[in-house]
Structure formats: structure tokens, C-alpha cells
Design a protein around this ligand. Structure first.
Ligand code: BEZ
Length: 390
């Protein structure tokens, strides 16, 4: 027979399960942040940098946002789209998080965004660039503090035109982000009279680049445009150099190729030109303070992914702060996030109507371990947000 205290416990658990998520968190004074990020595989470094950046801002706030202690739950999404829906479900149903911060890989992010829309979970995307996330899938509860696939690659199309390249071969991992990056590059490049002579792809996260390098050598284009990132980017650039191509066929990319990877690339990365919304040597006060603190805390230099994590926390703090920690006031919180001016290390930015940053895109040159800023190639570039009905 059950004792009276066991019966009480049973009812207490049942009642807890039936309470709405925001009531739970408010009562215990916590703000539960669910990180759904890659902590293993080729994008592991990106996931860790985002986590570091996010925690850095929360630490600056004394570990609390609007009086609520920030508590973290993490899921390693392994950059595996097949596990994305289940992983998102774990954070929402099992862990009852107040907000999900995720993720890096666009295939995973598309599934996560759909779950967040269906469950009305607040989602702050700290990286994944698939255009749909702030395009056809845009919604009041979906925010992105990073970029769309379109932004840095469209800008690169114009850079390569200015540098008088006419015939270009593209190579990217075959999934939404790689394909959309190439499409955006091609949109700008062909509008200005350039020609993409061959589009090549390989499955993610394959790094057997040799057959593609052999084909590039045979095609002899004026230049090559690629998308790779993380550990795969290091291998690609080293292979490109080893194949003897770097001196004969210039290589260009959105800056994911060289951010966080130059140290591992060694000399192979030297001189590479990339476009991105962050760079080394920006010399603004916010960036200086951010980098100094990051280097002290984590014993390494930050990269764009760390900046995006930091800004995800800044956006969350703007929303939660505006409603004084009362997450039940969702509409007010969303309004505050939509209108927030984020004082980012990349330069201050605001979100578009579709919740994607309107931001400067820099041209950078790899020198030593840094992606040195050369200039701004697109000022306050807004994603076209195709298909967004908000
Ligand atoms: C993406 O899948 O959206 C992505 C991954 C790594 C770097 C940039 C974008």
C-alpha cells in the first residue's frame, strides 16, 4: 500500500507535468537555455565557440537575466538532420527549456525551426544560414543573429567581378547551405556578366577532395568559389595547396572557410580573400572588450561563431529584460527583440522584419592567424527574405 507521502509525491509530479513551461521556470527563478549545437564531428569547434560566446555575455550579466539565474541544458546534435526532430523534442518536452539556442548545420536547423514553429518555442539561431529560416519559415518566435546563406556569398559575387574574374568553378558540400551559398554567389556574379562554368558538390561531411581538384586543374577556370567550414575547411585548403592550385587558380569563399581554422591551416591559408560579417582588426570598442575577455577566459582568440553566440545572449537579454523576466509576456518580449539594437563586436546591428541581421559584409585577407579587415563590400546588407509572410 502506498504511504500518504508517496501519494503526495505522485500528485506533485503530475501537477508539475501539467504546468505550462513558462510558469515552471518563473516559479523557480531560473531561465533555462537549451543549447542544441554540434559538439562532435566537423562542426564541433563551431558549437563550442557559440557556447563560449553565449556564456561570456551571461557571465558579464552576473549569471542572471532580469533576476533569473541562467541554467544550461546541452544536446550534441552531431550536425545530423536525421536526429534533429528528436533532439529538439528532448529539450522542449523532457527539459522544458524556455528558449533553444541552435544550431550550426542548416539541415538540422530547418528541422529544429519547424519544431519550434509547431510548439511556439522561442528559438534563437546562432549560426545556420539556410535562407528559409528567415524566409518562408519566418515566424514571430524564430530569430537569427548570424546571417543568411545569401548575404556573404552575394557580396563575394561582386568582389570576384571587381577582380575581373570571368569563368568560375564552384565546389560545396551538398546540402541546403552549400547549395544556397553557390546560388547567391552565382546570382550576383552572373548578373554582372561572369559565368559559372561548372558547379560541383560532394556529400557532407565528405573530405575526399582529390577528384574535384583534378577536375578543377583540367578545367582551368579564372577562379574557384567554395563553401566549407570547420575541420573540413582545413583539409580542403591544405589539399588545394598540395595540388599546386593555390598559386595558379585563386580561391575565394564566404569567410566560414577561414574563421577559426587559420591556425590549423598554417601557411596554407595565407592570403585567402573571404567575405563575412566579422573580421579581425575592426577596432571598435565593443570588439576590443569582447576579445580581451574571451582570450582571458578561454585562452584563445574568438571567431565569428563566438561573436554570434555572444549576440544570441545579448538578444535574449534584450527580450527577457524588457518583460522583467516574465516570459508569459511573449508578445512584449518579441517586440523588444525585434527592435533591439545589438551592440555587437561585428558592429551594431538591428534585425530585419524577418528577424535576420541587417549588417555590413567585410572583405578580409588571411594574414598569420587573422582574417584582417580590408574594407566593407556591402553596407547594411539585408537578406531579401524571399517567401517571408510576417
Ligand atoms: C550552415 O550549415 O548553415 C553553416 C555551417 C557552417 C558554417 C556556416 C553555415
Amino acid at each position: 500500500m502506498k504511504t500518504q507521502s508517496a501519494v503526495w509525491k505522485y500528485w506533485a509530479i503530475l501537477a508539475t507535468l501539467l504546468l505550462p513551461v513558462s510558469t515552471l521556470a518563473a516559479e523557480d527563478g531560473k531561465l533555462k537555455v537549451g543549447f542544441m549545437l554540434p559538439y562532435s564531428g566537423t562542426y564541433a569547434g563551431l558549437g563550442h565557440a557559440i557556447t563560449n560566446g553565449f556564456k561570456q555575455h551571461v557571465d558579464e550579466l552576473g549569471g542572471k537575466i532580469a533576476g533569473r539565474t541562467v541554467e544550461y541544458v546541452t544536446v550534441d546534435d552531431e550536425s545530423d538532420p536525421a536526429k534533429a526532430t528528436e533532439n529538439a523534442g528532448k529539450l522542449i518536452k523532457r527539459d522544458k527549456v524556455d528558449v533553444i539556442v541552435g544550431t550550426v548545420h542548416s539541415g538540422v536547423a530547418l528541422a529544429l525551426t519547424r519544431v519550434a514553429r509547431e510548439t511556439n518555442t522561442l528559438l534563437i539561431n546562432p549560426n545556420a544560414g539556410a535562407d528559409e529560416i528567415t524566409g518562408s519559415l519566418c515566424a514571430p518566435n524564430i530569430f537569427r543573429v548570424s546571417f543568411s546563406a545569401w548575404q556573404p556569398s552575394y557580396a563575394m559575387g561582386n568582389v570576384m567581378l571587381e577582380r575581373k574574374h570571368k569563368n568560375v568553378v564552384t565546389l560545396a558540400w551538398k546540402y541546403s547551405f552549400g547549395e544556397q551559398s553557390v546560388a547567391a554567389f552565382k546570382e550576383a556574379f552572373e548578373k554582372g556578366g561572369g559565368k559559372v562554368v561548372k558547379e560541383m558538390t560532394l556529400p557532407f561531411p565528405n573530405t575526399e577532395f582529390q577528384p574535384y581538384l583534378t577536375e578543377i586543374a583540367a578545367l582551368k577556370p579564372d577562379a574557384v568559389f567554395v563553401f566549407f567550414s570547420g575541420a573540413g575547411a582545413v583539409k580542403f585548403v591544405k589539399d588545394y595547396v598540395a595540388a599546386g592550385l593555390k598559386t595558379s587558380i585563386p580561391l575565394y569563399a564566404p569567410g566560414f572557410l577561414t574563421d577559426g581554422t587559420l591556425e590549423a591551416m598554417g601557411d596554407a591559408g595565407a592570403g585567402l580573400l573571404t567575405t563575412l560579417h566579422y573580421a579581425d582588426g575592426l577596432e571598435n570598442a565593443k570588439d576590443k572588450a569582447f576579445r580581451t575577455r574571451y582570450a582571458i577566459t578561454y585562452k584563445m582568440q574568438p571567431d565569428v561563431f563566438a561573436v554570434q553566440g555572444y549576440d544570441a545572449a545579448q538578444l535574449l537579454a534584450a527580450g527577457v529584460g524588457a518583460v522583467k523576466g516574465d516570459l508569459g509576456k511573449r508578445a512584449d518580449m518579441v517586440k523588444a527583440m525585434e527592435t533591439a539594437k545589438i551592440d555587437s563586436p561585428r558592429g551594431a546591428f538591428q534585425l530585419s522584419k524577418a528577424h535576420n541581421p541587417i549588417q555590413d559584409i567585410y572583405l578580409r585577407k588571411a594574414e598569420g592567424r587573422e582574417n584582417k579587415v580590408i574594407g566593407v563590400v556591402s553596407k547594411a546588407l539585408a537578406d531579401p527574405a524571399r517567401g517571408c509572410k510576417m
